[in-house]
Ligand binder design. Structure first.
Ligand code: NAD
Ligand code: ZN
Length: 242
């Protein structure tokens, strides 16, 4: 029964000394941002394959289409608010110094995170652009979105500062994430399918020493290593764990 499972998860949370919270697109689904995978309200993506728009090959083929798609996502974000799951997570960051590792690029955790809390963004941020060739970067004003343009330093195209499918993660960020996970005794995994590599490797790494609690809409590839797997909407379930 869900209530028993929730109680079990609450016990694990009460006992844990070092909590790491690991989130994926599902934590923002209840704010109205569609996920790429899963059975949520993903019909939204019916017209295109997000994975074709979120690859270096897609950008090379049609940079304007890809850049405009990211600008469209940025324009949507202006009206979007963090949901009760983000608020509950920020509460743990404030009250028990929980570390947050997110795959999301939407900035919703960051809007609530207390200063000096440890927040690791594995996949970059929609709020920044960077050059495809050199290390030039720039933050983006969502109220005044720039068009596709060339780098003022080297003339190569400018792209969103997010990690696309098939790209490597920043090695320093990855090392920090691994170190953080190695120290935890409990990982709360919210809204991730367990199919995005290498991010999912962090859950495997945590499971060597820590208990795992999973909150996800659908049963998934990670459930078998979890002490508790709770299926339902993140915005309903995560606040119940407080
Ligand atoms: P993912 O593989 O983490 O899958 C999302 C998971 O969320 C699915 O398992 C789905 O069942 C679950 N889910 C859907 N609605 C939910 C809800 N209301 N409550 C709890 N769980 C729910 O991620 P993805 O969607 O395949 O995206 C891949 C990558 O693309 C991400 O890691 C991220 O970098 C990027 N992305 C980011 C955002 C964002 O920033 N909000 C959104 C889409 C994709
Ligand atoms: Zn450049």
């Amino acid at each position: 029964m869900l209530a028993d499972e929730i109680n079990k998860a609450r016990d694990l949370l009460a006992r844990a000394e070092r909590l790491v919270i690991f989130t994926g697109a599902g934590v923002s689904a209840d704010s109205g941002i569609p996920t790429f995978r899963g059975s949520g309200d993903s019909s939204f993506w019916g017209r295109y394959d997000p994975r074709a728009l979120a690859t270096p090959e897609g950008f090379a083929e049609n940079p304007r289409l890809v850049y405009d798609w990211y600008n469209w996502r940025r324009s949507q974000l202006r009206a979007i608010q963090p949901n009760p799951a983000h608020h509950a997570i920020a509460h743990w960051q404030r009250t028990r110094r929980a570390a947050l590792i997110t795959q999301n690029v939407d900035g919703l955790h960051e809007r609530l995170a207390p200063p000096q809390s440890l927040g690791i963004r594995l996949h970059g941020s929609l709020a920044d652009d960077r050059c495809c060739a050199c290390d030039w970067r720039e933050s983006v004003d969502f109220a005044n979105l720039p068009p596709l343009r060339k780098c003022p330093r080297c003339g190569a195209l400018v792209r969103p500062d997010v990690v696309w499918f098939g790209e490597c993660l920043d090695p320093d960020i990855w090392a920090l994430a691994e170190d953080t996970v190695r120290e935890c005794d409990l990982m709360l995994v919210v809204g991730t399918s367990g199919e995005v590599f290498p991010a999912v490797g962090l859950v495997d790494l945590a499971s060597e020493r820590a208990d795992i609690i999973i909150v996800n809409l659908d049963p998934g590839a990670l459930d078998h290593i979890a002490a508790v797997a709770l299926h339902g909407k993140a915005a309903d379930i995560v606040p119940k764990l407080l």
